[in-house]
Design a protein around this ligand. Structure first.
Ligand code: S3P
Length: 442
C-alpha cells in the first residue's frame, strides 16, 4: 500500500480503545470475582489474543451487544489451558500474563509470532523467578517457553533495571498472588494504568516518591471484585491522525475522548514544543483516567531536542514523531531511545531506514536519533520495510500524505494488531491510500 499527498484533512472522529487499558481490563477481570463489563475494548489482534487466553483458562471473555464481559475466577483461580497460549505480536499480552501465571501452579506453553519470539522476556522472567516462577523449557528467555507458576509465591522488592511498564505490571500482578507486600521501584515514571485499575478493582496499592524513585507497593491475596471499565480512546493510535493533520496543509481534525494520562502524552507535549497547533479540549475524567478531545490543525514545525526522561511517556510514538520531524525546520534530536530496539521491531533502525529510503537525512548515534528537517518539501518515493511492526507501517503511511511522491510500505496486514480501522478512519478524513497489486490489502 502507498499513501499520497492529499488535500486538507478535516473532521471529528473517535479512534478505538486504548490497547494498554484493554489488556489490563481483561486480565484483571479474569482474576476478579464476578463479572467485569468493558465498554470500548480495543478489538484488535493483540487484545483478542489476551481475551482468548483468559477464556482458555476458565475466565470466558465474550462480547454481548456492545459490551465485553469477563466472568472472573478470583486471584489464583485460573485453570490450566488445554493448549499453548498464543500472544501473536503482543509483548504486553505475553509479559503481563506471565505476571498472572506466576501465581498459578500449572505448566503452560507460551508462543508468539516471529517478532514476539525475538523479543527479550528475561526482563520479566528474572524478577518472577525470584518470586518462585519457573521456566521449564525454552532457550535464551525468548518465546516459545514453557513456564510454571506457584501457589506459594514469595513477595519481593524490585528496582526496575529498564523503564518498562510491562515489567512493573508483571511484578505487581504476581505480587497479588504472594503473601505479603510486593514493591516495585521505578526511577523514571512509566504508564500507571495497572496501579490505577488495580485500585479500581479493590486491591491495596500505594505509590510513594522517595530518593531512589517511586515505590509502588501492592498487598498480596486481595479479593478483587468485577467492575465496569470504560476504555478511553488510544492516544498512541490518535497520534497518527493528529500527526497527519499537522503536516497536511489546511487540515483541522479533532479526535474525541482520547486518554490524556500524563504518563502517555509526551508526543503531544513535544509536538506543541515544535510549534504544532494542538489543543486538549473538554478535559474530563472517565473511569479513573483523564480524557480530552484533541484538536490539531496544520502547522509549521521547528526542530527540537526531546529529552531522554520523556521517552517512557511517548515510547510508542517515536516513529511517527521522527516522520513528522522531516517536515520541520532544523534538526530534531531524540535522545534515550535504547528501548526502541526491543519493540515489535528494532524501531530505531527501522525508522531511520524508512526515512532514508524517502530522501530524509537522519543520524543514529548510539541511542540518539537525529532527523534533519527540510522546512517543507520531503521527497518520499521510497518503500519502507515494516518488519512486522504496526507502528512503522502507520507512521510512514502518515508521512506519505504530505510528501512530494507517494510513500509505500511493504506490509499493512500487521496494522490489525493494534488499529484495524486505521486506513478507513484516515480515508474518512480525506487521506489517499492506494493498494498496489499483490500487496496485502487493508
Ligand atoms: C505497554 C508498555 C510499553 C509500550 C507497549 C505497551 C503497556 O512497553 O511500548 O506498547 O501496556 O504496559 P514497555 O513498558 O516495555 O516499555
Amino acid at each position: 500500500m502507498s499513501s499520497h499527498a492529499t488535500g486538507p484533512l478535516s473532521g471529528r472522529i473517535t479512534v478505538p480503545g486504548d490497547k494498554s487499558i484493554s489488556h489490563r481490563a481483561l486480565l484483571l477481570g479474569a482474576i476478579s470475582l464476578g463479572t467485569t463489563r468493558i465498554q470500548g475494548l480495543l478489538e484488535a489482534e493483540d487484545v483478542i489474543n489476551t481475551a482468548r487466553s483468559v477464556t482458555a483458562m476458565g475466565a470466558p471473555a465474550a462480547k454481548q451487544g456492545d459490551i465485553w464481559q469477563v466472568s472472573g475466577r478470583g486471584v489464583g483461580g485460573l485453570r490450566k489451558p488445554d493448549a499453548a497460549l498464543d500472544f501473536g505480536n503482543s509483548g504486553t499480552g505475553a509479559r503481563l500474563m506471565m505476571g498472572v501465571l506466576a501465581g498459578h501452579d500449572f505448566a503452560v506453553d507460551l508462543v508468539g509470532d516471529a517478532s514476539l519470539s525475538r523479543r527479550p522476556m528475561g526482563r520479566v522472567l528474572n524478577p518472577l523467578r525470584e518470586m518462585g516462577f519457573e521456566v521449564l523449557a525454552g532457550s535464551d528467555d525468548r518465546l516459545p517457553l514453557t513456564v510454571r507458576g506457584s501457589s506459594s509465591l514469595v513477595p519481593m522488592e524490585y528496582t526496575l533495571p529498564v523503564p518498562s511498564a510491562q515489567v512493573k505490571s508483571a511484578v505487581l500482578l504476581a505480587g497479588l498472588h504472594a503473601a505479603g507486600e510486593t514493591t516495585v521501584i521505578e526511577n523514571e515514571s512509566t504508564r500507571d494504568h495497572t496501579e490505577r485499575m488495580l485500585r479500581f478493582f479493590g486491591a491495596q496499592v500505594t505509590a510513594v516518591e522517595s530518593d531512589s524513585g517511586a515505590r509502588i507497593t501492592v498487598k498480596g491475596n486481595p479479593t478483587l471484585r468485577g467492575n465496569e471499565v470504560h476504555v478511553p480512546a488510544d492516544p498512541s493510535s490518535a497520534a497518527f491522525l493528529v500527526g497527519a493533520a499537522v503536516i497536511v496543509p489546511g487540515s483541522d481534525v479533532t479526535v474525541e475522548g482520547v486518554l490524556a494520562n500524563p504518563t502517555r502524552t509526551g508526543f503531544y507535549e513535544t509536538l506543541r514544543e515544535m510549534g504544532a497547533d494542538i489543543t486538549f479540549e473538554n478535559l474530563r475524567e472517565q473511569g479513573g483516567e483523564p480524557v480530552a478531545d484533541i484538536r490539531a490543525r496544520a502547522s509549521s514545525l521547528k526542530g527540537v531536542e526531546v529529552p531522554p526522561e520523556r521517552a517512557p511517556s511517548m515510547i510508542d510514538e517515536y516513529p511517527v514523531l521522527a516522520c513528522l520531524a522531516a517536515f520541520a525546520s532544523g534538526e530534531t534530536v531524540m535522545r534515550g531511545l535504547a528501548e526502541l530496539r526491543v519493540k515489535e521491531s528494532d524501531r530505531l533502525s527501522a525508522t531511520a531506514a524508512g526515512l532514508e529510503a524517502n530522501g530524509v537525512t537522519v543520524r543514529v548515534d548510539g541511542d540518539t536519533l537525529t532527523v534533519r528537517g527540510t522546512a517543507g518539501e520531503v521527497a518520499g518515493g521510497g518503500t519502507v520495510e515494516t518488519h512486522l511492526d504496526h507502528r512503522i507501517a502507520m507512521a510512514f503511511l502518515t508521512m506519505g500524505l504530505a510528501t512530494e511522491r507517494p510513500v509505500a510500505v511493504d506490509d499493512t496486514a500487521i496494522i490489525a494488531t493494534s488499529f484495524p480501522e486505521f486506513t478507513g478512519l484516515m480515508r474518512g478524513l480525506g487521506a489517499k491510500f492506494e493498494v498496489s497489486a499483490g500487496a496485502g490489502a487493508q
